[in-house]
Ligand binder design. Structure first.
Ligand SMILES: [Zn+2]
Length: 147
């Protein structure tokens, strides 16, 4: 019985270690402290990864995983691009806080980009998602908690 308990404790320790690592991934050194500062204003941590190591998907500049509490950015971005992407990812986070993680609103890319430009200082000229008037209206509604 003691041996079995030790095996169980060992397995639990391994499993919790894995889960901790998955939720608290180790970041590469930050190339842009100002980008970390933008996220930090909203209580969000940036995890920087090499392009080949990203969990966002091949070719993605960054991503936000609901409930994880961090955004991931690829560390090969230019400073201007990284600042734009972090605002977009933080917008996903903020919309998720208002409308619910994994809600449609939280995954609404066009409205998220509009939200980033309206409220987080994003640059409309760098609009990676072509949003229109209706997307802007949804962004404004999400801001008000109308999801
Ligand atoms: Zn997005």
């Amino acid at each position: 019985m003691i041996v079995l308990n030790r095996i169980l404790v060992t397995l639990l320790a391994l499993a919790s270690g894995f889960l901790f690592a998955a939720h608290h991934p180790i970041s590469e050194p930050s190339p842009y402290p100002q980008v970390d500062a933008i996220a930090g204003e909203y209580g969000v941590r940036v995890v920087w990864t090499a392009p080949a190591e990203t969990r966002c998907g091949v070719g993605m500049a960054g991503c936000y995983t609901p409930t994880a509490g961090f955004v991931e950015l690829v560390n090969s971005l230019s400073a201007v691009k990284a600042e734009e992407v972090v605002r977009h990812e933080v917008a996903h986070f903020l919309i998720g806080q208002t409308c619910g993680a994994n809600s449609f609103a939280q995954r609404d890319e066009e409205a998220t980009e509009a939200y980033s430009d309206l409220y987080l200082g994003g640059d409309p000229a760098l609009n990676g998602y072509r949003y229109g008037v209706e997307d802007v209206e949804r962004a404004k509604n999400y801001r008000k908690g109308v999801c």
